[in-house]
Design a protein around this ligand. Sequence first.
Ligand code: MIC
Ligand code: SF4
Length: 642
Amino acid sequence: MKESLCYKILREHLTDGDLVPGSEIAIRIDQTLTQDATGTMAYLQFEAMGIPKVKTEISVSYVDHNTLQMGFENADDHLYLQTMNKKFGIHYSRAGNGICHQVHLERFGRPGATLLGSDSHTPTGGGIGMIAIGAGGLDVAVAMGGGPFYLTCPKVINVHLTGSLRPWVTAKDVILKVLALLTTKGNVGCVVEYTGPGIKTLSVPERATITNMGAELGVTTSLFPSDEITRDFLKAQARESAWKMMLPDEDARYDRVINIDLSEVVPMTAQPHSPDNVIAISAIKGMKVDQVAVGSCTNSSYKDLMTVAGILKEKKVHPDVSFLVAPGSRQVFEMIAQNGALADIIASGARIMESACGFCIGAGAAPKTGSISLRTNNRNFEGRSGTQSASIYLVSPETAALSSLKGELVDPLDYPAEAYPSVTIPEQFFIDDSMIIPPSETDDPVFRGPNIGEPPYTDPLMDEISGVIGLKVGDKITTDHIMPAGQRLKYRSNIPEYSKYVFENVDSDFPSRTLALKEQGQFTAIMGGESYGQGSSREHAAICPMFLGVRFVIAKSFERIHTSNLINFGILPIIFKNTTDYDSIKQGDTFTVKNLRAAVRGGTDIILEIAGRQCGFTLLASPRQREILLEGGLLNFTKKNI
Ligand code: MIC
Ligand code: SF4
């Protein structure tokens, strides 16, 4: 049968199962990446497995999220990572070297390989024809130890591109259009594969913008073929030898086909507070803006920043706008510094942030109360910017730069095509990997500052549990709701401390209430609506609730990474058999469950007695995941099976 590129790569890496959509398969992982905010926990768990060296082709540990260093915690964590990585065979990309996804694409990714990353935007690698998947840190730790990665064999959605983008219309507008079509809901278990003559008009960084923000669709990953354009990109990175042609079969079979004519795409924005709340800019242009931020793993390539510099050259940012620029990698940062474009950006009145996640994760640059902020990143969840009352609009760098000059949201198509800055992409990029420290044989001790806690230990699943529905929430609860980042990021290595902030902006008493119950031997169930656990791969959104005594999350539907994270830490993700139960069950109702182990082992319904009534639920777990739950989590399961 004619195969998609996705299936070709999966087939080459398949270690268990059959390529039948919906069934569980296991694949061999060639490369892993972590970032510091998820990495410390991933490496603590790797250490707990007792494996002396990573077994992957390459594993890279990036420091890009927690670089604010407001206190000793971040710097201590970085040194833990650096010393631990050296010892266990992992490359360490130092703070300042750039955002994991952009640097990995530039320096390590290779067409046809599999990459597992402890960050939901790992699919950025799909821009060069890899299967690049985001997962929880513990899944990545298992892959570093040579274990396979388990996933649901995907359905493949083909986005067939024709035509070419008009001047001022960008790859960001393309992915916003895809989000408008597919939304953030209902795509779990799918992969998006881009094909068609239109892809020849898109450079690798443009493709990577599209696969990066594909994460917001909730799909397993997105990918482009690897072609001559990929070859040119790798050649410019002095890595042509990593290139190989990777194409789907002609007439490959896809589960669904969506056609997009690039010449009909218009500048778009995602309005607050969801990346799929997309509208054409022409419909809301003229809105006054207070802040504009360019950067993130979605949009800070050389072309992006050169275009921004071209727009700003010899102009000044509007006096009412705070304009921030965070280059995505040190490579790009140095190149725009060397060619003078950075000087144009600085002269316009921009505030330059370091090459890191920064504003995107709410690490600095929180906008003012009730403000409108235009940002080039990929998520505009409520409160993620650090300001609960702010409204974040996601836009292209072009829209951002033009709007920063005018002080209002502008439609780039109102500007003449000739005014679009022409950017020549150098044949050779500036290469200096001196901020990536390779591993070496060492007996040096691993540094553990006071912020580094124990890896989270869990107990085997209990047979009888009673407790309380501790929280009832609505649809689209994101991991930013569950486990806020921003100011709280520095506690990522310290579970007892970080647990004090679970659902901080939803119900700040939740942690103390839940912990008090746990002390009385009572557990907690959380109840949510559709798409529970959308967004980040942060396993803390499972670990910290587990620490507080949460044993069930009941929802109408769950997102992929969060479901696995819950199971990995011994929490049962269950969905309603009867959705009207969502309306009748109240926060504060008590529950009991008996013979839980037998139900989990046998894969039968989970029956909870809630407020005196029997309610049936389906456990979202494969047979292997049910074993993991019985052991109390993946760490116990892995240790037992090593
Ligand atoms: C994000 O964009 O939400 C993050 C911060 O990069 C997360 C990872 C994390 O929470 O550490 C992600 O996307 O997985
Ligand atoms: Fe960093 Fe933002 Fe990208 Fe997450 S989405 S990796 S926080 S830049």
